[in-house]
Ligand binder design. Sequence first.
Ligand SMILES: *Cc1c(COP(=O)(O)O)cnc(C)c1O
Length: 823
Amino acid sequence: MDEKKSKELAFEEMVDTMREEVELKLQRMFGRTLKTATDAQLYKAMATLLRDRVMEKWAYSKEMEYETNGRQMYYLSMEFLMGRLFGNNLMNLGLDQQVAQVCKELKIDLDKVRDSEPDAGLGNGGLGRLAACFLDSLATLGLEGHGNGIRYEYGLFKQKIVDGYQVEVPDPWLEDGNIWEIAKPEEPEIISFGGTIERRIEKGKEVVKYCDAQCVKAIPYDVPVVGYDSEVVNTLRLWSARAIKPMDMGLFGQGRYVDSVAEKELAETITKVLYPEDNHPEGKSLRLKQQYFFVSASIQSIYRKFKKAGNNIFDFHKKVAIHINDTHPALGIPELMRILMDKEGLDWEDSWRITCQTFAYTNHTILEEALEKWPQELFKSLLPRIYEIVHEINEIFCRDLWKKYPGEWEKIGSMAIISYGTVHMSKLAIAGSYSVNGVAKLHTDILKEDVFRDFYQACPSKFRAITNGVTHRRFLAKANAELADLITGYIGEDWMKAPQDLERLKTYAKDSSFQKNVAEIRLKNKESLAEHIENQYGIQVNPESIFDVQVKRLHEYKRQLMNAMHIMFLYNKILDNPNFPMHPRTFIFGAKAAPGYHNAKMIIKLIHSLAKKINNDPRVKDKIKIVFMENYRVSLAEKIIPASDVSEQISTAGKEASGTGNMKFMFNGALTIGTLDGANVEMKEAVGNDNMYIFGLTSEEVSQYYREGHYRPYEIYETNPELRLVLDQFVNGFLDSEHPDTFRGLYEGLLYGHYGMADPYFVLKDFEPYCQAHTRLGLEYKKPDIWWEKAILNIAAAGIFSSDRTIRDYNQQVWKLPFVKTK
Ligand SMILES: *Cc1c(COP(=O)(O)O)cnc(C)c1O
């Protein structure tokens, strides 16, 4: 029998098996049949039968891991923005076609089933999604790298829009159960907070005792991480807090029922909810508790597993690499020191040597307000033993610096981990790691030259750039299956595991039938997004219009406001001249604002006021539409991005460390309008200046303005009448005639500044070049052969932005894990 025939038979067999299994699972799990089951029950039945297969693979993978006892990497992150797992696991196990066939035969609506899965929204934005993409690539490449994080009972809030304003609603994503997690209550770790430290001499050795600490139990919930076409199944271990005593029986016996469970409530608060601030840490004691809770649980369990395998403690750093995703898990450094000294009995020097060869740190931002700091007193009272260790690390660190830079007090002070009553987490992370990396070339250059200049000069070999990436399997193959099939038809399927192969598409960039196919798929995706928009918001958008999209967290540095001002500019142009030449545009936004971030929330309101005005104005009908997509999240990104023509990546240069949204769009063939910021710089290098719309200040120019303090936005306002009109419309009742002062705060922030400088993100300065870039883009859209050639060249050059490449870079330069040999 030939290979093709046997493949077909295997396919049919799998379809038959799974068809029967779906019906059996429904009966056994819910006592329902296909006719009587709900969509949610169908989802659970199908996810469970998929999970059964994942579990079998996991078992083999774990056994192999145990037997080889090879080097493991643990990725510690406060956030894992996983999104939905069903469709991804289907694709990675190579069962998507079979399940589609089963659904067809049983008349099950697979899309509805998929939509029954809640997003695992355990993250804010790019940083959390990066961690999720890394897990996918690690498993796919056959590397043993595991995630460790927090099992928040409530993920990132759901966003509702009421009267144009964002309203936050809780996200109880676990309410209906979570098919993908396996609770391990039999493997708890104990975490201690507060209390005092006592020292005693026992058998001639000093022993450290923790007295009167409040202890909390950490329960692991393990989620299997399946790679694409891979035998390796890794583990995402999420920790949940439990009280050690479920209830105080003494108080209960006295009839004090509420008091009797107070301690339990307090303990379980730790993992209740994700802090919703992106690029802006909350300096609250509960946040510090969350950090220590999950870091301590992770390190204790890593140590436990290491010991159980019978390893020698002096080999710890040879068997274990621990990566910290930003400084949030930096307490892992003193925590490992604590375990090595207080549990293992090593001395300081050996413990420090091992620790410094175990940890690696990724910096994610240079925004001053995002660098983590803790008040020394809070730190000390919550984590007394950890404080002692950090204090000692700092003493020794500063003493060494003194030898290196005798007399240079200022330099040493600026590098100190503890100074002026504050604990600086980034300095702790740098001091305790063997590798520090930025997430794009430009970002790393700024770290070296500016933020961490002194550290870089003291130890240049520690620093490196490793550019972020995204999993092209989720964001292209899964999100845009038709485009993926088309690509495979032209260049074969190897690009799924070797994304560099997308380069082969270059040959077809001018091929008119390939162009036509790409354009048709885009149009289909736009039609289905248009249908979704009409159903959700009752707004009719024209699928033939340019879909111009900005989806990402709302932040002033990301400049959604500049995008909105450009729309106002176009609107004014059309009112002024009804024959103003422009191809119809649909502007699509999606963005959550941190609940306490006033300006960000006002920008959301402004976009809604503008949408209300423009969408209802017959004079611009068919020319401009604005859609704000509520509750932007991973599953929505997967719907929007494949339907996008234009990707807005317009942050103030120097502010966006990398960006990863930009890469998702590139894989789907959207053209980028953007600044020379973050990974946009490398996208330009990869695809060429002619295939992007680059505009605006460079990061050097921005930093020069900051240094010299001579930026005068008011002068731009006075000299550019079109911009002036737009700004005046913020406050003259144009946007909201009943409440003309709604946007006065934004207006004044741009022209005068409230506390600091006016327009600190250079919206006015970049406005004109931004409008010009849009004009260029609009003209090119009218030439389909040019537009689609550029789109294809973008896809062809996107390969280096796969997280597969990123993970290979980390592994080569930092982790040095062996590739698991299978079969
Ligand atoms: C990729 C992604 C982000 C990051 O987008 P940027 O444009 O890089 O800020 C944020 N949120 C979600 C849901 C994402 O999928």
